[in-house]
Design a protein around this ligand. Structure first.
Ligand SMILES: Cc1ncc(COP(=O)(O)O)c(C=O)c1O
Length: 282
């Protein structure tokens, strides 16, 4: 039996260009980016190039990108980092009941640590209501975390409008864009999003590498403590090869995002029909 993989929301295969770009960083270009001599600086430069590419997909400044170990760490870092940094101002967080476990479980952890979390319901299309968000905001609310697109049903939440509400009320807004980064155009110069999570393996990049966008000026504390990597926001020797792969995947995704997806639908249907016929399913 020939198997056909269709679950690109779970993960995607790496593009050949991505793996080719990563290979030297496992072998001859193996330096530690914190080393001051040639080998280290070569690796550091590769990270900086990737940072520019990853930032450019969402129109962010490279200095606002922190590389992480994936979407889960980005979500945990955004929520816990903002919670601990702002707990003198308030201890209330708003999210939805349909977030990924990377958001729901860090919220549960914070509840045990004395924070209060409101889990908003969604309608039968998976959409959160702006009115519910407005009603849930209190004087001690410090953060709203609502995903851009849901990983199970694909609903795209109104992050533009949520951002406006959050800004009006002086509350930070984080969005888990793991399912949309590199797929749906996002321009952070036009959206009131303070923090955004992304993961390379959802856009034909490697697993185990992600990014957190942190808007300049957001009050946040690190999630990992150790060395001074990532502008002192994320300790640990960088996953250089993974970051390079993420950069290439982001660059390719950006090029393709401009294409009219709807015009590709007949081609997709033709391809699926061909595969089904070839496998005698049709
Ligand atoms: C919406 C969403 N958030 C977070 C994650 C976690 O990302 P990662 O697998 O990179 O930790 C996923 C992965 O499935 C996801 O779909």
């Amino acid at each position: 039996m020939k198997r056909i993989y269709l679950d690109y929301a779970a993960t995607t295969p790496m593009r050949p260009n991505v793996s080719v770009a990563m290979l030297p960083y496992f072998r001859e270009k193996f330096g530690n980016p914190s080393s001051l001599y040639f080998y280290g600086q070569e690796a550091k430069e590769a990270i900086n190039v990737a940072r520019e590419k990853v930032a450019s997909v969402i129109n962010a400044h490279p200095s606002e990108i922190v590389f992480t170990s994936g979407g889960t760490e980005s979500d945990n870092f955004a929520i816990a980092g903002v919670a601990w940094a702002n707990n003198k101002r308030g201890k209330h967080i708003i999210t939805t009941s349909i977030e990924h476990h990377a958001v729901l479980n860090i919220c549960k952890f914070l509840e045990n640590a004395g924070f209060e979390v409101t889990y908003l319901p969604v309608d039968n299309q998976g959409m959160v209501s702006l009115e519910d968000i407005k009603k849930a905001i209190r004087s001690d609310t410090i953060l709203i975390s609502i995903m851009h697109a849901n990983n199970e049903v694909g609903t795209i939440e109104p992050i533009e409008k949520i951002g406006e509400v959050a800004k009006e009320k002086g509350v930070y807004f984080h969005t888990d864009a793991v399912q949309t980064y590199g797929h749906i155009p996002i321009d952070l110069t036009k959206l009131n999003v303070d923090l955004l999570s992304a993961s390379a393996h959802k856009l034909y990049g490697p697993k185990g590498v992600g990014a957190l966008y942190i808007r300049k000026g957001v009050k946040i504390v690190p999630f990992l403590y150790g060395g001074d990597q990532e502008n002192k926001l994320r300790a640990s020797t960088e996953n250089v090869a993974g970051i390079v792969g993420f950069g290439v995947a982001a660059e390719l995704a950006k090029k393709e995002m401009g294409k009219d997806i709807l015009s590709l639908i007949p081609l997709r249907d033709k391809l699926i029909k061909g595969i089904l016929k070839k496998n005698k399913i049709l």
